[in-house]
Design a protein. Structure first.
Length: 213
């Protein structure tokens, strides 16, 4: 399922009065509008998604009652992706991987009128190398340098011990797997001494030109 299909699926289940059945969750957060000035708020959510399993911020959905209202201005259409990336990655590192897009939802009002509502979405991928860490503070969003955020149900909160421990174990397993691949390369090449080994971001490089992903 691609991103647009997923967002449509989330927004497709509605009650007779038009309110959404879908709720915010580990992978979904609703926002009524998009504002560039809220970049730190979005960055915090995206960092939390990155440290969990990824997720979506969907713009154009009103809360209480949870209903599709569509984007009322062109802020999202005018999003400069390069500047937005610079904004979120100035707050968090390593770099957060994300994508975005828009779609139109057709709805029929109580009096039978049909209207199209524009929806925007930002998808954040699960980080390959966790944790994503705050590298500078932001008082407005209560972000402190060194913070690690994680997505718990419908909230983006500071990570708890159990989830941080799992991230450390997963990262250790990746390092171990990389070393095992290196040893296999050494065995197959029948080379007794490959020299100094450099391990960076999951890539093992030797002075003899052997790279192991």
């Amino acid at each position: 399922m691609n991103h647009e299909e997923y967002v449509r699926k989330v927004l497709s289940s509605r009650n007779l009065n038009g309110t959404l059945r879908s709720r915010e969750s580990n992978t979904v957060e609703f926002k009524e509008s998009f504002n560039k000035g809220n970049t730190p708020k979005y960055a915090k959510i995206m960092a939390a998604y990155s440290n969990n399993r990824g997720g979506y911020i969907i713009f154009g959905v009103k809360d209480n009652p949870r209903s599709i209202v569509g984007l009322k201005n062109s802020n999202f259409d005018n999003l400069n992706q390069e500047q937005f990336s610079e904004g979120i990655n100035s707050l968090f590192a390593p770099a957060i991987e994300w994508d975005c897009g828009t779609l139109s939802i057709e709805m029929t009002s109580a009096d039978g009128e049909i209207a199209n509502h524009k929806i925007g979405w930002i998808y954040t991928a699960e980080a390959e190398y966790k944790p994503i860490i705050a590298q500078k503070s932001n008082d407005g969003e209560k972000i402190v340098s060194g913070d690690v955020f994680y997505r718990y149900r419908a909230r983006s909160e500071k990570i708890k011990f159990a989830e941080m421990n799992r991230i450390i174990e997963e990262r250790t397993a990746k390092v171990r797997e990389g070393l095992l691949k290196l040893f296999e390369v050494i065995r197959e090449s029948k080379t007794a001494n490959l020299g100094i080994v450099n391990y960076t971001n999951g890539i093992i490089t030797t002075p003899h030109g052997i790279d192991v992903a």
